[in-house]
Design a protein around this ligand. Structure first.
Ligand SMILES: [Zn+2]
Length: 299
């Protein structure tokens, strides 16, 4: 059985999760959330009859701080951390990662995300694309799924009760309780073509259940992936028109466009406002314009 742990990220319910799996050879976490949510993570583990000491393995989809920020704290308690090879060195020495997060978030980094503490090198396991690890009766396979980040794995889990795909950010995010996708098209590595390929990789797994870090599980997810693809195409096209405009003006246009789209999908605008703040729109504009500057082209 897989349990979703709600980390209370940004003091919001169902904004970011971690997933607990009790294998015959110890407890496993997929994703661990940011260091700033460590207390919530520990509380959620206790609520599910687990604890940091019982987590023997941690699988992270990528090293962004809302997914892997607490990995050093879990490693302190003995967890082995499985990660994309291009992310591994940043878990061992997070100086650069923390510094770039500090540049983006300033003083609010400590309350919003917290900083990553280093994982001991002997506990960090770089896992290649399509490589599998078996823990007890469960097989974990890494699927390279870049586009949101250049070091992103989805984890495909073959479990006696079915096949599960943990998508990290590769299937986008959704407003909680809805099928309305929101997309983290963040700098510096956003790449539309790679992201579309990642969605195709997810489709090809034919997994029974899609588990999204932001947030929770979806069965019958094909139409959701369709809408993620459509949003990627529409939002990149819109943002491409912002190249010469001041950022604040672009944020306002983008937000109004997004609200309209939400209304057309019968989404409460207040829900959109709660989960997509100014930072979300600014990051997407910066991420997409930077990718276009590097020679990216719309599809
Ligand atoms: Zn991310």
């Amino acid at each position: 059985m897989i349990s979703t742990l709600d980390l209370g990220f940004r003091d919001l319910p169902r904004a970011a999760g971690a997933f607990l799996l009790k294998c015959t050879q110890g407890h496993v976490l997929i994703e661990c959330g940011p260091a700033a949510c460590w207390k919530n993570l520990v509380d959620e583990l206790h609520r599910h009859d687990s604890s940091p000491e019982q987590i023997k393995h941690l699988f992270v989809t990528h090293i962004h701080l809302d997914h892997a920020g607490a990995s050093g704290l879990l490693a302190e308690h003995g967890a082995r951390v499985h990660v994309h090879p291009r992310g591994a060195r940043h878990l061992i020495d997070p100086t650069k990662l923390n510094a770039s997060a500090r540049r983006v978030f300033g003083p609010s980094l400590d309350t919003e995300l917290g900083v990553l503490t280093a994982c001991p090198e002997e506990l960090v396991f770089p896992i290649e694309n399509r490589e599998s690890i078996t823990i007890g009766n469960v097989q974990f396979t890494a699927l390279e799924t870049t586009g949101h980040a250049s070091h992103h794995h989805c984890w495909l889990i073959k479990h006696p009760d079915g096949n599960h795909l943990f998508s990290g950010d590769a299937a986008g995010m959704r407003l909680p309780g809805t099928r309305f996708p929101t997309l983290p098209m963040v700098p510096p590595e956003f790449d539309l073509k790679q992201w579309m390929r990642a969605i195709q990789t997810i489709r090809e797994t034919d997994a029974d259940t899609l588990w999204m870090t932001h947030f929770d599980r979806l069965t019958d997810y094909t139409s959701f992936l369709d809408s993620v693809e459509q949003s990627l195409l529409d939002e990149t096209r819109l943002i491409s028109t912002f190249a010469e405009r001041p950022l604040l003006d672009s944020v306002q246009t983008y937000r109004t466009w997004h609200e309209q789209r939400a209304v057309e999908s019968d989404i409460d605008p207040a829900l959109l406002t709660a989960y997509c703040n100014e930072t979300h729109y600014q990051a997407n504009i910066t991420g997409v314009l930077r990718w276009l500057d590097r020679g990216g082209s719309l599809l």
